[in-house]
Design a protein around this ligand. Sequence first.
Ligand SMILES: [Fe+2]
Ligand SMILES: [Fe+2]
Length: 340
Amino acid sequence: MYRNILVPLDDSELAANLVTQALDFARALGARLTFFHARADYAATSDGALQLAMAPEQFAEQAAGAAPGILAKAEAAARAAKVEWEAVAVTSDRPFEAILETAEARGCDLIFMASHGRRGLRGLFLGSQTQKVLEHARLPVLVASVESNVEGRDMQAATATIKDEHRSLAAVIHAMRHLVQKSRESDEAPDLELLSACLFYIRNFPAVLHHPKEEQWLFSRLRGADAELDALIATLEGQHREGAARLDALGEELEALNAGRIDATAFGQALERFAEGEWEHMSMEEKLILPAAQERLTEADWREIAAHFAANRDPRFGAEPDEAYRKLFSRIVRLAQQRP
Ligand SMILES: [Fe+2]
Ligand SMILES: [Fe+2]
């Protein structure tokens, strides 16, 4: 059967659902996944060429595009699902060719792609490239339906957003662990600036936007129907509060690390306590509350939940907070990966 499955991803909301489906499929087969993203050749544009000459660090950020963030989230999901993976980003203006070349070069025996994109420009990539891959591939191609235009679309969109936000948090925690581990191995001071950026992201995204949205729009609709579910919601809300307290403690530990009062090992221990709490919490949500919600809520409920989860309005980041967080997230995972 299939052993190594190539999963092309773009930066649309579809990618989160595609990753979930590919992981379920790979786990059932005992296969590994090769996550793939093709980014446009920024150096070939006049803006890119100028920036490369004038501001190489900004060029590196622009040229990397969304790839580090897209792949870091897929990796976080694979880690949680205990599926073996590798991640490949290539620069190409002809994604379908890059997909076919990578599949061959990495010894993949199946390509797992999305059937069609979300309406609107941002989502067009997957669907259009799938057509071209189907026309030219010599390998089998499995076309997964990640967004139907029929019943259940809002439920899919809302659960995909929740899982996508979990993966962002998991990827940032992983980046922090990586930085601490590298510092301990090399006996050099950890990158405090990057650790602070990670903490800033966690404080402002999951803590300020994600958890309150869950309580306000999802948990509230499920409350009162069943005692077991009420107890689960009380546990999850308790975990939100405990997580916030552990995050405060982690912030204090980072200050202590900065001031030289503790070393990277002690900071690493506080980080592990925070990470363990978050893994347990996210896993309970994905394994228990989301299936319960899928069973109980109506399409009208999901429409409203999807709308609230899609709109991360936060005045501190101007009109497009999503974009600001996306950039910060990409920057964090890119810089963390670069640390030797
Ligand atoms: Fe939560
Ligand atoms: Fe959550």
